[in-house]
Design a protein around this ligand. Sequence first.
Ligand SMILES: Cc1ncc(COP(=O)(O)O)c(C=O)c1O
Length: 276
Amino acid sequence: MIYVNGELVPKSEAKISVFDEGVTHGWAVYEGIRVYDGRIVELDAHVKRLYASAKGAGIKIPLSPSEFREAVIETVRANGYRGCHLAPWVGYGELGGEPSVVIRIREVGTRMGEPLTAVVTSVRRAAPDSIPAQIKTNSRLDLMLAKVEAQVAGADYAIMLDHAGYVAEASLANLMIVKDDVVYTPCATSALEGVTRNLLLCLLPMNGVEACEGNFTLQDLWTADEAFICGTGAEIRPITKVDGRTVGDGDTGPVTQRAIKLYETYVRENGEKIRY
Ligand SMILES: Cc1ncc(COP(=O)(O)O)c(C=O)c1O
């Protein structure tokens, strides 16, 4: 069952106008939310970011944040999924009309901890004075072009630089590297301020692992002891090869393993429990 403008309808009936500006011009914002074992991960943080994205994009969501929160919970409940990914989406609507609200949901498994390879792409992340990366918008062509470039190169993920040449993020996930037991992640200026990233920036130091934001270069990435991606949909996955260079010793490093454990424990204990 898919939520469309206040109603839960079967997938085949989940439709919006082809004149919606979200469809015609990508004038829409969205979230990616995950449920593990009947618990929604960081629901409030996702709802908060959705409203911030909408404000930045000039879209007025026709629900209050607490109504939106309930709509997400109801969508999970209606489908009875214990492990799933939700994509709440708000389009500007037809010109002169009302914004449209859709909550897609699909049952998914986990790929947490699965190693992956990456390449740095020639396509850069949009500059902050172009499409601000903090707005989680449907206008994602820069990310999709990077993804295609990575696929053509035979890699699992694309890593993108920012307009100044520093490492920004992966195509649909944030990036963290580890050097001498310290975790570094790019500032959220040309990277989405990821919910998973923010959570790890809290959980790691609380558990004795130094973690900080800052600019880092290709050489920092190529010579990192460990590197991993993190995101709600992407989960936490070690990068074992980047641009053909082996990261560390090519295995999942101890800090990456620690991050996965801390995240999994947090989600188990703090996720919003669904009453099915
Ligand atoms: C471009 C981009 N960066 C980072 C992320 C990770 O963000 P989060 O942890 O909030 O899912 C995503 C998630 O979809 C993304 O699309």
